[in-house]
Write a protein that binds this ligand. Structure first.
Ligand SMILES: *[C@@H]1O[C@H](CO)[C@@H](O)[C@H](O)[C@H]1NC(C)=O
Ligand SMILES: *[C@@H]1O[C@H](CO)[C@@H](O)[C@H](O)[C@H]1NC(C)=O
Ligand SMILES: *[C@@H]1O[C@H](CO)[C@@H](O)[C@H](O)[C@H]1NC(C)=O
Ligand SMILES: *[C@@H]1O[C@H](CO)[C@@H](O)[C@H](O)[C@H]1NC(C)=O
Ligand SMILES: *[C@@H]1O[C@H](CO)[C@@H](O)[C@H](O)[C@H]1NC(C)=O
Ligand SMILES: *[C@@H]1O[C@H](CO)[C@@H](O)[C@H](O)[C@H]1NC(C)=O
Length: 409
């Protein structure tokens, strides 16, 4: 059954290769933004039929992807497995990008962790089978959840994504007595200082006006819940008001994600990363979901945006809580992570789709009126260096005097 779409995909790939000029002397450019005459540059639709998705759903592993395949077809939004497109450089574990037959909604699976997410996203963003200049990116995954702001099955839409593990780390048994955590920002002498050495991926900020629209759409969803999740949530009740969100049912909230390859768990590390988000976003971010990929995904999209392949103002970060980042009262960090069953996986996957499909529907329904021309950001968007232009509202300020970084030629 794979024959036709695959044949189509490889034919497309062949055509693209046929068009590519042989490498020449000097610096081989990847096509400066706006110049679509170069073979590997941003798409020139007149050269080839490219797929121009309105929405690209980004999943990190199979369960996050399957929930879309299974339900979109049943709900009449199209069959995501109608087109399978092979994109060089994506994960061999998930070899195809999938699209509905009309190419309006597509989905890719990056594979888990920062390295997989960054490399797969980079390959996809510059793939010559697609024109992503108007595409909305719905990064949709399950997450660890901060019980102060949400719960298992809860849905969060982020403005910031912070790569919290870009720090020095002491084992807590060896740290100075006066340290509150073993994590210390690069170039500083102790916890709770702003880093003085930056890699550029510490903090990403996405379009808040788009996030707020996505929140309104997602809020229409009737979220799912089950008895097993309710049982674990109830354990947070004795903690009182500060963790009231943990023991109530799932809802849609606005708060931020922390990315770390280390799957941390427990009160102290969670509080340490809460502080990191607070300091690195200059007090404007609020950490509620953990993710092993978001910063990496955003880093790839920033780079692709600099070269004109994608519009960074069209990125949405959706996370649903599958497990709490820290234990309820009376439970050790060890029991919480490795022994007890939190039972949040099914509701997190279920609500990923239920909230996510409302966002997809919203974008498709309001395409002509709103999304085709784009939702104008009201906040700074981009990375900590100001790479896309503008002044970051966190960090030490733009490295380029507020101007966008220009691709090298
Ligand atoms: C696309 O790939 C999926 C497996 O990932 C397969 O189930 C489906 O049948 C393929 N679609 C076509 C049209 O071949
Ligand atoms: C290649 O790029 C380097 C660094 O940007 C620059 O110094 C050099 O002049 C470029 N070479 C050519 C042939 O354009
Ligand atoms: C904490 O301990 C370190 C190492 O002993 C010391 O250098 C530093 O001054 C102390 N900081 C504070 C705030 O006391
Ligand atoms: C990750 O992204 C978030 C916002 O999207 C940003 O605040 C954070 O600094 C990023 N972290 C790294 C290490 O890039
Ligand atoms: C949610 O449930 C209400 C009441 O049954 C219904 O009117 C509404 O259409 C449902 N919303 C969605 C998105 O299915
Ligand atoms: C963020 O906080 C750091 C450390 O206090 C400061 O150096 C920087 O100027 C602040 N940035 C913004 C945009 O407020």
């Amino acid at each position: 059954m794979r024959f036709l779409p695959c044949a189509l995909a490889s034919l497309l790939a062949l055509c693209q290769r046929g068009l590519a000029a042989p490498p020449s002397e000097g610096n081989i450019t990847n096509g400066p933004a706006g110049d679509s005459s170069l073979p590997n540059g941003p798409p020139n639709p007149s050269l080839l039929p490219r797929i121009t998705p309105k929405v690209m759903i980004v999943s990190m592993f199979a369960p996050e992807a399957d929930v879309w395949y299974e339900n979109m077809r049943l709900d009449g939004f199209g069959d995501l497995l109608a087109l399978n497109i092979s994109v060089p450089g994506t994960s061999p574990k998930y070899p195809y990008v999938h699209c509905t037959l009309d190419g309006q909604v597509c989905q890719m699976t990056t594979c888990e962790g920062e390295i997989n997410a960054a490399t797969s996203m980079m390959a996809l963003a510059i793939a010559n089978q697609f024109d992503f200049r108007k595409t909305y990116w719905l990064v949709a995954g399950i997450a660890g959840v901060n019980p102060k702001y949400s719960t298992i099955g809860g849905v969060a839409l982020a403005r910031y994504s912070v790569q919290a593990a870009l720090q020095y780390e002491f084992d807590a048994r060896e740290m100075p007595d006066n340290f509150s955590t073993g994590y210390v920002a690069f170039g500083t002498m102790g916890p709770d200082h702003y880093p003085t050495i930056l890699y550029g991926t510490e903090v990403f900020e996405v379009n808040q006006a788009l996030r707020d629209r996505a929140f309104d759409y997602a809020s229409k969803a009737n979220l799912t819940d089950n008895e097993d999740s309710k049982r674990y949530r109830a354990r947070y009740k004795p903690a009182g008001n500060s963790l009231a969100m943990a023991s109530s049912g799932p809802s849609v909230v606005k708060c931020d994600t922390v990315t770390s390859d280390v799957y941390y768990s427990g009160k102290l590390l969670s509080e340490s990363f809460e502080r990191t988000v607070d300091i690195w976003t200059n007090g404007t971010g609020r950490y509620c979901m953990t993710a092993q990929e978001d910063n990496a995904t955003l880093a790839a999209l920033i780079k692709a945006a600099i070269f004109g392949f994608v519009d960074f103002a069209r990125v949405i970060i959706l996370r649903t809580g599958s497990n709490f980042d820290r234990p309820p009262p009376g439970v050790t960090a060890y029991e919480h992570l490795l022994v007890l069953k939190q039972n949040g996986f099914a509701v997190a996957i279920g609500n990923l789709y239920l909230a996510g499909i409302e966002i997809v529907k919203g974008i498709l329904n309001d395409w002509t009126a709103v999304f085709d021309k784009g939702v104008k950001p009201c906040n700074y968007i981009g990375d900590i260096f100001g790479s896309l232009g503008g002044e970051p509202d966190y960090g030490p300020g733009s490295l380029t005097g507020g101007q966008p970084v220009k691709p090298a030629v």
